[in-house]
Design a protein around this ligand. Structure first.
Ligand SMILES: NC(=O)c1ccc[n+]([C@@H]2O[C@H](COP(=O)([O-])OP(=O)(O)OC[C@H]3O[C@@H](n4cnc5c(N)ncnc54)[C@H](OP(=O)(O)O)[C@@H]3O)[C@@H](O)[C@H]2O)c1
Length: 325
């Protein structure tokens, strides 16, 4: 048996419950991992509220790092004692232990701790595909707009962009978050709860606007984000922290200059094992070289997941957050 956070109905943070679960032995192709740190991600709130529906009752959480304590038949890449991390399903990372498909795990290199790994797998691999592998990616010297630049994905994006010579105009909701984003390499910040970010983009770019907007805020920013794009620019709508964007008239894309839109998910970019291993390798390389610094900025006991969700949704967190079993 182990403790896990589960939910039986969708709703606010209070639906998350601390329960005993049977973990069992790993089957063919699986490993059992004793979690040392679990990543908190905004997608966990979408699962909890039902925005992204799951069959109920359900576990929650997609990301953790820990030690392999049992190996199922046919697993050759991992052995008992290996330090591993993962960042996608099957869901249920908010747990002391979990049986997980071996092909979804990567080894955590020496020099990277469990808390660090759980702070960066999901958010760091997201930045990897957004900045490096979409159909259109920014090149050195480009200026792009990135919403929620002081968040978990945001702070890694600021550092990764700086490392490849890309300037980010980052939106944030407070002065403190603006300073944090700039300290992490964000070239320009705008407090979008007080200032007009479209005007800021025009000011910074001398009216040229940007070739790419990365928008994970969704409902509150989507339409104005389109106004920040150059003709034939790319709108990357990759999240809904303020609510889902909802149905949109495609005609708006022609009216605003033959714009492109993509609505990507991490799983489409690391679904193949070779992609997962390559992307994680690239992230780990940046971290080990000191070009990207990641550490949890908030840490909660796993049984306090309710409070962690409250703080994340109240915009009280910055950077990455972990839950510790
Ligand atoms: N599609 C993908 O592959 C993928 C993968 C990972 C993450 N994501 C998305 O990327 C976004 C960031 O994820 P994260 O885990 O790193 O979270 P996060 O950025 O640490 O937290 C979300 C941030 O969104 C901003 N925000 C704006 N309006 C908000 C509102 N009404 N309520 C709450 N927050 C609001 C807040 O920053 P300010 O206070 O500065 O506004 C908040 O801190 C999420 O939308 C997530 O779903 C997508």
């Amino acid at each position: 048996m182990a403790h896990a956070i589960r939910f039986h109905k969708t709703g606010g943070p209070e639906v998350l419950q601390w329960e005993d679960v049977a973990v069992g032995e790993p089957g063919a192709g699986e490993v059992r991992i004793a979690h040392k740190a679990i990543g908190l991600n905004y997608i966990d709130t979408y699962h909890r509220t039902g925005l992204y529906p799951l069959p109920l009752p359900s576990g929650i959480g997609l990301e953790a790092a820990g030690v392999v304590e049992a190996v199922g038949a046919g697993v050759t890449e991992f052995k008992v004692g290996d330090r591993v991390a993962y960042c996608n399903g099957p869901i249920g990372a908010y747990a002391e232990k979990k049986v997980h498909p071996a092909e979804r795990c990567v080894k955590v290199p020496d020099g990277i701790g469990f808390e660090q790994a759980a702070s960066m797998m999901l958010q760091g691999l997201t930045v990897q595909y957004l900045l490096r592998r979409l159909h259109v990616v920014p090149k050195a010297g480009d200026t792009v707009l990135w919403h929620a630049a002081a968040g978990g994905v945001g702070l890694i994006a600021c550092q990764w962009a700086k490392a490849i010579g890309v300037n980010i105009i980052g939106t944030v909701s407070s002065q403190e978050k603006a300073k944090l984003a700039r300290d992490n390499g964000c070239a320009h910040t705008v407090i979008y709860t007080k200032e007009d970010f479209v005007a800021k983009v025009n000011e910074v770019t001398g009216g040229k606007k940007v070739p790419i907007v990365y928008d994970s805020v969704g409902k509150d920013t989507f339409m104005k984000s389109l106004d920040c794009l150059q003709g034939r620019g790319l709108m990357v709508s990759f999240g809904n922290s303020s609510g889902a964007v909802g149905p949109t008239d495609l005609g708006i894309l022609s009216a605003k200059g033959s714009l492109y839109v993509t609505r990507p998910t991490l799983m489409s970019y690391v679904g193949k094992r070779a992609e997962l291993v390559a992307a994680a390798g690239e992230l780990f390389e940046h971290v080990l070289a000191g070009r990207i610094k990641v550490a949890p900025r908030q840490s909660y006991a796993l049984k306090d997941a309710v409070q962690a969700h409250r703080d994340l949704e109240a915009r009280k967190t910055t950077g990455s957050t972990i839950l510790v079993p």
